[in-house]
Design a protein around this ligand. Sequence first.
Ligand code: ADP
Length: 568
Amino acid sequence: MNRRMGTRLLWAVLAGAAADLAGLGLIAAAAWLITRAAQQPGLAALSVAIVATRAFATSKGVFRYAERLTGHDVALRAQAGTREQLYRALIPPQRPRHGGADLLSRMVDDTEAVQDLLVRCLLPAAAAALAGLAAVVIGLTILPVTALVLVAGLVVAGVALPAGTAAAARRWSARIAPARAALAGRVADLVHGSADLAAYGADEEALAKALAADESLAALERRQARVHAAALAGGTLVQGLTVAAVVLLAQGAGAGSVATAVLALTALVAFEPVLPLAAAGERLAGITAALRRLREVRSATPAVAEPARPAPRPEAPLTVEIDDLVVRHPAATTGTSAGASTRAALDGVSLTLTPGRRVAIVGPSGAGKSTLLAALMRLVEPESGSIRVNGVDVRDLDGDDVRTLMTGLTQDPYIFRASLKDNLRLAGPEASEEELERAVREARLDGWVKRTGWDAELGEDGRTVSGGQLQRLALARALLYDPPVLLLDEPAEALDEETADRLMGDLLDVTRDRTTLLVTHRLKGLESVDEVVVLEEGRVIQRGRHDELVSVPGYYRDLWESEVLTRR
Ligand code: ADP
């Protein structure tokens, strides 16, 4: 938090305290006025109290308004700052360490904790402390012993009780959070897996499990609510006992009725800002947990280190040299062979992409094909070996710069809930109409665009997009972005035979003369690429032109023959 925010926060605390003090003054002055008026003195004797009562009543509202205004201003600024930091932490497209839904909830709920911390906990606590102090001072000046009782009561209601509720809330949330996650998981299964559940007659059982999860969550929440209610009642009880004690002490000490009334009502009002602190303590447990999660995201170590050196200009022809590359993914935490280092995902791969050259990577699943693309896009850090673009090691370049040079079709392209045009524009915000038209034409998407229109809404709830259209849209994006080196990861994955064939045919057409690295499991058409590299368990087991590879026994020829066979 910077100094300006600190000053704003101070103003908010002062305004809050002033509002509480005005409330206190209002009651003290009114109590004095009423009891004194009952003694029927001359009007002159009451005039100061009358003016004071009016002034306190008016200023209380003004101060409260000022507190809300400045307090929320600070809180919303702090929340916006936190969101910004979070966005920044997320910008490097590292492999996400948190799932999408989890991250979304951090973005929305957890950053609101920052606001709650200020508005619901810190500000009220500070204002309550100041108001309590003022009430104690009033007590001290009238009858010191009542001040002692008041301090004791305020400490119990304002410190002990909130500390208790905070501790209880931590314990409860440790039990409720997993129960809620379990329910969310069951419900997600029901929603997303409904077709499979129905197909295998498992829907009744899944529904029963969801209901059971719901019931156990509800039981926990009911018990938590009971504890919550008991804490709030406890606060009111302490307030009542304190006021009663003050009255008894004042009467015992022979204080007059005016002084007794002032002391009693001051004590009563001093509790008003203190009582909500028990609920604030309860909220604090959730807030600290949220802040801890935010810190986790912000401090997640980037997957790659990024010293920045100017990257080669994107327009320049690029040569990419991969030399003896070894990449090892961090061992999964749930691995069975704990301690043992994992097998290298890439183990000594060398490859050169000169301008205009097209290389296809094939190999069984798990061979390391995606890892190679990830290393090129600087999403994973190699253990040894090097990747150089025009002679510069990518480790010396900024990851974002590297991705302006080498990027392309991701394995799982995403359609945003936006118009078709905006979905394309993602890859070229400045693109002209002609450039958009060309990308669409090259991706052979022009027929579809003509039918649906540029403004057709896609994505969730929008028009459904077929697998083939999705891949072509992704291809159009890549063509629009037009990186010097085009990376294509399994573009025909999950498409039916005919669609896949057409897509691959078009793709091989349009990438002619573009520097391209194509990961694929379909060999048809690969006779047009310059080199095919066969990976297995992270190593290059075969490489050469398609014709050469089909003429010698090995993985490639087997795959080719089985592909030809299944084609009829
Ligand atoms: P392919 O794309 O050829 O199917 P990958 O590059 O995805 O292969 O995977 C190569 C190896 O690295 C596999 O053994 C896989 O389990 C492992 N691997 C891939 N990504 C990760 C990751 N993020 N964390 C840990 N291991 C991974």
